[in-house]
Design a protein around this ligand. Structure first.
Ligand SMILES: Cc1cc2nc3c(=O)[nH]c(=O)nc-3n(C[C@H](O)[C@H](O)[C@H](O)COP(=O)(O)OP(=O)(O)OC[C@H]3O[C@@H](n4cnc5c(N)ncnc54)[C@H](O)[C@@H]3O)c2cc1C
Length: 443
């Protein structure tokens, strides 16, 4: 039983992706006493996929999906919009090739699923099979790139080396020495995609927003009771798609690390500005050195800069305005290093988002105790992973089986335990600072 006060999500109000959407429909909040066959907490990629799959597998069941915020307001609506097929950088180092092939298969199943839903429901979210560049600025980045090429060769995955001149014709800057292009990545507008996914949920899913669950306990009949401010949901089967907030319900405590990263975007460039720097639409570049800068050009001509990591023990709060201002200035420096011609083009939004990593880079997936299932800890690449792990969590909860379910069980595990504070905070902050310092030429 968990009755203590819990940290709730409070994301900042300056997410460009969310601001670019039309105002959402009126909110439906949790009120009164409700009974559900299945309840899902968290309406990000994981929770949305879980609710959809539950509904497909159990068309006569009542499924309630509940989120503390509006759909699209959490990390799933504020990321950089890369839906990545390749295993996460750390997972690429895994010694077992079969492990990596399973991860690839799972991520690709997620992409196929999203592609199908975007087409079927005509979700207007800049969905695009653009592939992605991985860019190196100096010797450090180039060393990472060479290592990445070796790993891709071992994996038998296609890639293409792109030199400075060829890259500049697409991205409009000669800042990078070289890049590697991999074709399997898709790009999208994340807030638009998750809102579209929520709007197209099957009829037997009820979505309740702005309804933080503040307590979780089991009643005398063994059902879970999810307590909100103005109502409660009783259910025999609970699925958690709550990422780092899973700890707040008493699970995986001291095993997840809350990390924030940040993005800024410009106003839409004019056609004259696009022409003057010779830049194309709709591409994305991630840094060869993971502590570097991600850059994206959207279909509506905005440039996005994402960098900076912060360990945020108080993850229910956004960072202060002054910290956000400091981060925005760092984004400005990164923008002008690449596009000095855009000195007069302002950023219109700067935002952050929180996600969970684990010290052993292991994702959790499975049953936490009778009737409680969770997928948590995607190490920051959760668009594909959240989608497939949420889908398969639903399959596990209803007792069905599939090859993908077997695969996800074999590639996930228990995130390792963190050292106690203050050693944890000190260690993580030192590591992030060292990575930022070592990678400063790649920023
Ligand atoms: C700036 C940035 C850039 C990123 N770029 C990428 C990228 O390009 N590609 C990629 O794959 N990943 C990226 N990520 C990571 C990605 O956004 C996350 O991995 C992913 O969104 C996790 O999805 P999720 O559904 O597991 O969790 P979340 O999206 O975090 O969803 C959890 C939900 O739970 C809700 N919740 C929590 N507690 C409660 C409660 N008590 N009651 C009710 N609801 C609750 C929250 O409001 C939230 O909506 C990025 C992240 C950031 C911040």
């Amino acid at each position: 039983m968990n009755t203590r006060a819990i940290h709730l999500p409070h994301d900042d109000h300056d997410c460009g992706w969310y601001a670019a959407l039309p105002p959402p429909a009126a909110t439906k909040r949790l009120s009164g006493k409700q009974q559900a066959d299945y309840a899902v907490i968290g309406a990000g990629f994981a929770g949305l996929a879980a609710a959809r799959r539950l509904a497909e597998q159990k068309p006569d069941a009542r499924i309630v999906l509940v989120d503390a915020q509006r759909v699209g307001y959490g990390a799933s609506g504020r990321n950089s919009g890369f839906v990545i097929d390749l295993p996460h950088k750390m997972a690429l180092e895994h010694p077992d090739p079969a492990h990596k092939q399973r991860l690839l298969g799972l991520n690709r199943a997620a992409i196929a699923q999203l592609q199908r839903l975007v087409t079927q429901h005509q979700i207007d979210c800049q969905w695009s099979h653009a592939g992605k560049f991985q860019g190196a600025v100096g010797p450090r980045g180039l060393a990472y790139l060479e290592h990445f090429e070796r790993l891709m060769t071992e994996l038998g995955e296609p890639f293409r080396s792109v030199d400075r001149d060829e890259l500049a014709k697409v991205i409009g800057t000669r800042h990078y020495s070289r890049a590697v292009f991999t074709p399997g990545c898709y790009l999208m507008q994340p807030a638009a995609l998750v809102r579209g996914l929520a709007d197209s949920l099957p009829n037997n899913v009820e979505l309740l927003e702005q309804s933080p669950i503040q307590g979780l306990q089991r009643d005398s009949k063994g059902q879970w009771v999810l307590q909100g401010a103005d109502g409660q949901i009783r259910t025999p089967s609970l699925l958690l798609g709550t990422s780092i907030f899973t700890q707040e319900f008493g699970y995986l405590r001291s095993r997840l690390l809350p990390v924030m990263t940040f993005a800024s975007w410009t106003r839409p460039l004019t056609q004259a500005e696009m022409d003057s720097i010779g830049i194309q639409l709709d591409w994305g570049l991630t840094p060869a050195d993971h502590a570097g800068t991600t850059v994206r050009m959207t279909q509506d001509r905005r440039l996005i800069i994402r960098n900076t990591y912060k360990h945020v023990p108080r993850y229910g709060k956004s960072v202060s305005d002054s910290t956000r201002q400091e981060i925005r200035e760092g984004h400005r420096t990164a923008l002008l290093a690449r596009y000095p011609q855009l000195a007069n083009v302002p950023f219109t939004h700067t935002w952050g988002g929180v996600y969970a990593i684990s010290r052993n880079f292991t994702n959790f997936f499975g049953e936490l105790e009778t009737g409680v299932y969770a997928t948590a800890c995607d190490n920051g690449v959760g668009a594909a992973w959240g989608t497939i792990s949420g889908t398969l969590l639903a399959e596990m909860a209803v007792g069905s089986d599939s090859k993908h379910l077997q695969d996800i069980k074999s590639v996930t595990g228990m995130p390792s335990r963190n050292p106690p504070e203050p050693f944890l905070g000190l260690g993580v902050r030192t590591r992030i600072r060292m990575a930022a310092w070592n990678s400063r030429s790649e920023l």
